[in-house]
Design a protein around this ligand. Structure first.
Ligand code: COA
Length: 429
């Protein structure tokens, strides 16, 4: 078999459980106008979105058109004003908005026809007057005129389209109950729609500078810690996402210069952008016999390097009740064990985090979990033996000790040739 075929099979295997995970899930995708400008990129993006649809995702597209509107207004020599980074939409500009947005929408509809041609079932992209707007109003004395904000949405109509296998398309235009037309900020609209539909995912195409300095995954609490160090626009984006709270399980920031980042983010384990999660993205839990294979994958490379003492599969199976694991997307990425059978001491062993996931404080979380269990078991101290990692443990409250300070049974087993460092930590009451 050729390498390319092996790679293909490997990728298919890796993505298969994501396919299963995403089926039936509601996903809102924010498409900024710049992304829709280049015909070739637009076709490739629409093919990817069509693929997501055929894999069973329920899709809502929130289409932006800022770039196209800027160009149309410039062409007509219509100048515009901004206040608080938001465009003021005058009555005079409104027909240009309607024409331009209509044009972009028709371009999208056409390209989706082309993309769905390759599927065995035709695909419909539908839009409607489901978003009810109200004027943004007069803010600090400035009248935003036909710039509006979302007042409410017709959730039932949108859900019924999604349930009948259609892709929902929202444009920046929305209507008030008095029949007026308003221009909405599409990113804001995408966030609110995702929140109100309680979507499983919100995918936001953004300039890579907006998330280059962010970790691959962060939760709502971490956003607050990071905010002061970020530039104003990234701060605003993250604050907007914070407002969604836990109504949307995962918000993904993906690279708008590379439309294929949509598939990479959804179907590869670590994605390519930044994910903000409100669900428990990874969980720490007691290990079960089914986790033995996953634990072995994490510890085997460390055993080979001599960092951890070798454990056979049989021994691991027998001692599995002592283990806890960290699981992310159904994969074991870390483990630790507590042997609580030494009078008032417990041994911490086999603390390991998969090399791809180090430096995210997962090791610290595992240690905290072990300390919690040790406390619950009434233990007064933890001890461990290590050849390579004593500094890490000292930084986490352990002190160097001598083999003589180990519980008697452990002293008898101490391997003087391996010459491991002994570390002890008194547990808080
Ligand atoms: C030790 C280990 C569990 C830490 O996991 P982790 O999730 O990366 O830990 P954290 O994110 O909480 O801490 C990362 C910090 O520890 C530091 N660190 C990692 N290994 C270290 C070591 N051997 N000595 C000193 N510091 C170390 C990292 O450099 C990083 O420091 P920084 O934040 O200043 O950059 C992980 O490095 C590992 O699996 N090591 C191999 C197995 C091992 O040695 N286990 C202990 C024997 S029981």
């Amino acid at each position: 078999m050729q390498q390319s075929e092996l790679d293909f099979i490997q990728s298919l295997r890796q993505s298969s459980h994501y396919i299963e995970q995403h089926r039936g899930k509601t996903c809102v995708i924010y498409l900024p106008g710049d992304l829709l400008q280049n015909d070739e990129e637009l076709l490739s993006l629409s093919k990817d979105i069509t693929l997501l649809h055929s894999l069973g995702l329920k899709l809502v597209l929130a289409m932006g058109a800022t770039l196209q509107i800027d160009q149309a207004l410039e062409q007509k020599q219509l100048s515009w004003q901004q206040h608080e980074q938001c465009r003021i939409t005058s009555l005079e500009m409104l027909p240009t908005f309607q024409q331009t947005i209509g044009y972009v929408r028709s371009k999208l509809e056409a390209v989706f026809c082309h993309a769905s041609n390759q599927q065995h079932k035709p695909l419909s992209l539908v839009s409607g007057n489901w978003v009810i707007a109200q004027p943004k109003g007069v803010v600090n004395g400035v009248d935003f005129q036909h710039t509006g904000q979302l007042r409410k949405i017709n959730k039932e109509a949108i859900k019924s389209c999604l349930n009948s296998n259609q892709i929902v398309l929202l444009t920046p235009l929305a209507y008030s109950l008095t029949g007026e037309v308003f221009n909405l900020n599409t990113l804001e609209q995408a966030c609110t729609i995702a929140e109100q539909l309680q979507a499983d995912k919100l995918m936001i195409f953004q300039k890579p500078q907006r998330f280059d300095y962010l970790p691959a995954a962060l939760n709502q609490t971490q956003i607050s810690t990071l905010l002061p160090s970020l530039d104003e626009q990234t701060q605003q984006l993250l604050q907007r996402i914070q407002k969604i709270g836990d109504s949307v399980s995962r918000v993904h920031l993906i690279n708008r210069d590379d439309p294929s980042s949509l598939l990479l983010e959804l179907f590869t384990r670590d994605g390519t952008g930044c994910m903000i999660f409100s669900d428990r993205y990874h969980q720490i839990r007691p290990a079960s016999i089914d986790d033995v294979g996953g634990i072995l994958e994490v510890i085997a490379p460390l055993e080979q390097k001599g960092v951890l003492v070798k454990r056979s599969r049989e021994r691991l199976e027998l001692e599995i009740e002592n283990f806890i694991v960290i699981e992310r997307d159904q994969r074991i990425i870390g483990c630790a064990a507590l042997y609580a059978n030494y009078a008032n001491s417990g041994e911490l062993a086999c603390l390991a985090v998969h090399s791809d996931y180090r430096g995210q404080e997962l090791g610290e979380q595992l240690l905290q979990e072990i300390e919690k269990t040790a406390n619950q078991n009434g233990l007064q101290q933890l001890f461990l033996l290590t050849t390579h990692t004593h500094h890490w443990f000292i930084e986490h409250g352990f002190s160097l000790a001598t083999p003589n300070e180990l519980p008697q049974e452990k002293q008898e087993l101490y391997n003087y040739q391996r010459n491991s460092k002994v570390l002890i930590k008194a547990l808080k009451k």
